[in-house]
Structures are given as C-alpha cells and as structure tokens.
Design a protein around this ligand. Sequence first.
Ligand code: ATP
Length: 194
Amino acid sequence: MKIVGLTGGIGSGKTTVANMFAEEGVPIYIADIEARNLSNTLPIIREEIIEIFGEAAYQNSILDRKFIADKVFNNTGLLEKLNSIIHPRIAEHFKEWTSKQNATYVIKEAAILFENGGYKECDYNILVTAPKKTRIERILARDETTESDILKRMENQWSDERKEKFADFTIINIDLESTRNAVKYIHKSLLEMI
Ligand code: ATP
C-alpha cells in the first residue's frame, strides 16, 4: 500500500481536500487529530510530557495545547523534545492503522510534512495552497483567534514556494469546484501511477 502525504499552510484547506479524497474512497489519516487523541489517551505520552512541562500541561486530563504552544514557541530545544515524545508514537499508530486499510493508497494529512522530513516516508506528496489573505480570512471565520496569532503560526511554516519544490502535486484551493476536479484528477493519476 502506498502512502500519499497531504500538507499545506494553516487555513489552506488540507482537511477540506482530505475529505474530498475520502469521498473518492481513499482512507484518510489526519495526523494532528490522532496526535491530539494519543496525547490525551496514551499514558506514556502523558507521563513524558508532564516530566518536561509539569503538571500544568494537562487540565482535567486533557492536554492544554495553548500552554504547550506558548512554551515551545521560539524554543527549538523544547519543541524538539515534544516532537521526540509524540512523533515515534504517531509513526507507530499510523503504521498499525495502515495495516488495517484495504486500499491502493492512503492519505496522511499533516500540517508539517516537508519542514520535518516526514515527506520522505511518503511515496507521493500533495501540497494545498491558497493566497495568504484568503487563508487568514478562513481561519478568522472558523476559529476564535486573532490575525496576529495566525501570522505568528504562519511564520513557523515554510512558504508555499519552498514547499512546492518537494510536492508531486499542488492544489490551488480557491473555489471548491475546481479543487474537487483537481482531487478527482490526482486520484485518477495516482491509481494509474501506482
Ligand atoms: P488548519 O491548518 O487550520 O487545520 P486546514 O488547512 O486543514 O486548516 P480547512 O480546515 O480545510 O484548512 O479549511 C479552513 C476553513 O476554510 C474551513 O472552515 C473550510 O470550510 C474553509 N474552506 C476550505 N477551502 C475552502 C474553499 N475552497 N472555499 C471556501 N472555504 C473553504
């Protein structure tokens, strides 16, 4: 079974695109959601996070993501420690999940794929892009957040130009109909290539 990575900057529409692949019958794994679930349910992750970040990292047994994000922001050492706790467990969970799927390929959606070398573990990679202004508008409409917070999060991700060099396919997600057509085209191409 082949693994197709799917990524894009915040608000580009990764999850929207992943859901379109799901409509084509492709199993999808949303790494950020799985990481969130594992952080709350896997005792080993919990213990290691508390060891590094203290008891305040969890509020009522739920990982306080804002607390963690504030701690690791601009602290590469801590971010690396956090990744070394989460990443191996996610990789293991993904492998186990993959072994249960019955499909030609699966989609692994991850916010960070090129930045951390994760794309190398995928057979093909898809990048979703949209103009920065559009992405900010989408996030403001979806989440309770501020423009400066969004810009701060964007700074931690590579630019689309840099990511495009690594992608096998790029979807410019502006209008949903064109995006759906692009998904159908890529799905067909992948089935032919695999
Ligand atoms: P994040 O990085 O924050 O997880 P994402 O890249 O997964 O975001 P989505 O959650 O898919 O992005 O999309 C962000 C918001 O924009 C959602 O509310 C979604 O419904 C909307 N959206 C996505 N694509 C389009 C589009 N082509 N036209 C209009 N709205 C869209």
